[in-house]
Ligand binder design. Sequence first.
Ligand code: FAD
Length: 814
Amino acid sequence: MKILIVGGVAGGASAAARARRLDEKAEIILFERGEHISFANCGLPYHIGDIIEEREKLLVTTPEIMNEKFAIDVRVRNEVLSVDRNKKTVQVRNLATGEEYRESYDYLILSPGASAVRPPIIGIDLPGIYTLRNLEDTDRIKSAIAGKKSAVVVGGGYIGLEMAESLRHAGMNVTLVELAEQVMGPADPEMAAMLHTEIRMSGVDLKLGQSVTSFEKAEQQLRVILSSGSRISADVVIMAIGVRPENKLAKEAGIELGVTGGIKVNRHMQTSDKAVYAVGDAVEVTDLMTGKPALIPLAGPANRQGRIAVDNIFGLEREYRDTQGSAVCKVFDLTFAMTGLSEKQAKKHAIRYDKVYVHPSNHASYYPGATSISMKMIYDPDTGRVLGAQAVGMAGVEKRIDVMAVAIRAGMNVYDLEEMELCYAPPYGSAKDPVNYAGFVAANILRGHGRHFHVADIAGLRPDQKLLDVRTREEVLAGAIPGSLNIPLHEIRARLAELDPQKEYMVYCQAGLRGYLAYRILTQRGFKASNLDGGYKTYCMINQNASYDKANMTDDAGGEGDAVKEDAASAVMVVKKLDVCGLQCPGPIAQLRAAVEAIEKGQAVEIVSTDAGFAADVPAWCRSTGNECVGVEKIAGGKFKATVKKVGKVSCTPLTSCHKQMTNVIFSNDLDKAMAALIIANGAAAAGYKTTLFFTFWGLSILRRQPDKPLSKGVMETMFGMMLPKDINGLKLSKMNMGGMGTMMMHKVMDSKHVTPLHELLKQAVANGVKLVACSMSMDVMGIEQSELIDGVEIAGVAKYIEELSNSSAGLFI
Ligand code: FAD
C-alpha cells in the first residue's frame, strides 16, 4: 500500500507514524513545503520572547529521525501543487530545485493546516508586519525584534495573547489591539474580563473595541492607525487575527468543502473521495455541544484525527467523536481554560442552560500559596447534564477544566460532579475540590435547596426585592453593589427584626458561600430570599469594574512606568510590610485596615498578596477610607504588591452604604424630642444611612407596650413602671405640657397639619431598617422586661453602642 501525506506537522506527522506502526511494508511519503516537520507550533511564541531559549527544543523530530525510526520518506521543501483524483496522483514541486514531479497513491491524507489571516488593510505589505505559523516566521520575527523597543499585536486570541506576553518578556513595550470588547473570543466576556486586568497589570497597553484601519511607514518605524483615530508607532507588528483552513488543494481537486470552508469529512475522516482523507485545522468538524459544523483549530484534535484516518485506511473502524473545544492559554500569571459550551454559544444556538460561578481556592487555603480559581459551569437545568466550563486563576485551572472535559464527554450531570472522587492533599487540592464544589452549588439549586439569581437580574429588581450584602464591613469598604443593605452574616440572626417579611432579600457575599448560608437562615425563618450566584466577585467580573490605574503600573520594560514608580517610592515612607499571600478576601483587606490604623499619618504600609481581586480592591478601599493608594503592581510569582499611605484616620465617607452610618442615643421620653429623634432616623435611613437608635433610661418609654400577661415586680420596679408612660402614645411635651393640655393641643395641631403621629413614625423607622436597641443596664435598673417592649428591639449594652458608634459618621444624644 502506498500512502501520501500532505503536511508534516501535527496531523500529518501523527498519521505517518501511525501508518508505519500499523504496516511495516507500506510505502509512506510525507510532503512538507516548509523546512521542518513536526515542530512545536504551540511553542513558537515562547521562543520569540526567549521563554524557550533553545530553538532546537521546538523540533520534536526531524526528517532524519522520521526516516531512521519509521522508515518514512520525508520530503521537506516539497510542495504538493495539485491532486489528480482520477489517476490517483499528486503533482509536487521541489522548492529547492524547482523541479516538478508526480507521485501516485493508494490513499492520500491531507493535513495542510490553516493559514494566518492577512486582511486587505492599507499598508499590510509593509516590511515589519508579520504573522506567525512556523519556524521560518519565528526566525523572522526574532531577528526583527532584536534591539527594538515597541510592538503592536493585532488580535487578542490565544496566539495574540501569547505573543504579547512573549514580547513583554523580551523587554518590549507592547500594545494589544482587539476588535471585540474582550480578548479570547470563545470565552464568555466576564471570564475574559479577568484577563484584561492581568494583561494591563503586566504592562501591555490593551486597546479593546478597536480595529486597525491602515499601516503607514514612519521613518524607521511603522505607524498603526486605529478605528478610534489613535496612531501608534511601533518597530514591529504581529497580525494574529485568526486562521483560515488551507482548502485550496482539496477545492481544486473537486473535493467537497463544508459550509465553514473547511474540508468536509465523515466520522472516519474520509473526504467526499473515498481514497482521500483529511485531518487537522483544514477540516470542518462537528461541534460536540451544538451539533453544528465548526472550525476548531487545535493541536489535540489534529493529532487524534491523524491516527483515526490511518486506522480507517487499514480497516480498523474508528470514528472521530466531534470536537468539544477544550483549550488552555497562559496569560501572564493567569491561566484561562475552557471546555464545551460557553454561555454565548448556548444563547446563539438557543440551547436551554443555567449557570453557576464558584471561586474556590486551588488547594487547601491553610497550605501556603493558595490562590483562587474563578470557575463558571454551564448545565442543562432539566437534567443537570454538564454542558461547559470555563475557569481563570493562577494555578490548578487546567486540571479542573480537564476533569470537566471528561465529565462532558461522559455525559455526566452535576450530581455526578458532587460525587466525583478526586485526589487530594493540602498542597494540591481541597477535600471538596472546585469541581465537586461547582457540582454542589448547581445540585443544590436543582434540588430546590437554594434559589439563585444572576448579576443580570440586578438591573430589573422589583420594588419588593432588596439587595442584602452579608459581607463584613471591611469587604464592603472595597466596593459593594449600589443600593444594598449590609448585614454581615454573623449578625443576621440577631437583626432579623430589621428585615421586612414582605420583601424578597437578594442576598450576596463575596463568592457565594456566605450568601448561601444567609439564604438558608432567612428562608428557614420565613423570609423570601435568593442568593447571588458567585457573589460580588462575579458582579465585578461582569461589570468589569475591577479598578485599574495605569499610573500605578510597573513597567519592567522601561518607559513611563519606571518614572512613576521611582517618584512614588521616594515620597513614601513604608513602615510596615505585610505578606498576606494565600489569604482570601476579606483577609488581605482586613489586615490592611488593621495595619493602616496602627501607623501614623504620612507613613505607608506595603502589602503583598496572591489574591487577584486584591489588586482591584485596594484602590477602592483607599477611595472609600480617604487613604492614598500609592501603587499596585505585579511582582514575581504572580503576586500583587500594594503600597498604601495613611492620609487620615480611617474614617467613614458617604461612598458605601455601610459607611453611611448614624448611631443616636435616645435618653428622653419627651414627646417633642422623641418626634425629632424618629424624624431624623427616618430621614437618615431614606438617605441610605444605616441607622441605630440606642434607647436608654427614660427613652425606653418610646419602646414600651402593655405586656401580654401581668408581671410580678418588686416595689421599686413597680414605682418606675407607674411613673413611666405605658407606651409611645403616653409621651408628653417637654415644655408647656400644662397638666396634659399642651400635649393634647399639640396632637390636635399635628393631626390638622397631617404630621405623621409618633407611633407611625416608629413603625416607619422599623420598616426603613432603623435598628432599635434597648439599653440592658437601664432596663435592669428600671425593672423593664423584654415582654414590655415592642417586637424587634435588640437588647444590648454599652459595648454594642460603642461598636456601632465607632462605625458611624454621625451620632446624636437626644
Ligand atoms: P499544521 O500543524 O499547521 O501543519 C500543516 C503543514 O502543512 C504546514 O507545515 C504546512 O507548511 C504544510 N502544507 C500545507 N500545504 C502544503 C502543501 N500543499 N504541500 C506541502 N506541505 C503543505 N493548538 C493548541 O491546541 N494549543 C496551543 O497552545 C496552540 N498554540 C499554537 C501556537 C501557534 C503560534 C500556532 C500557529 C498554532 C497553535 N496551535 C495550538 C494550533 C495547532 O498548532 C494546530 O491546531 C495544529 O498544528 C494543526 O495541525 P495540522 O496538521 O492541521 O496543521
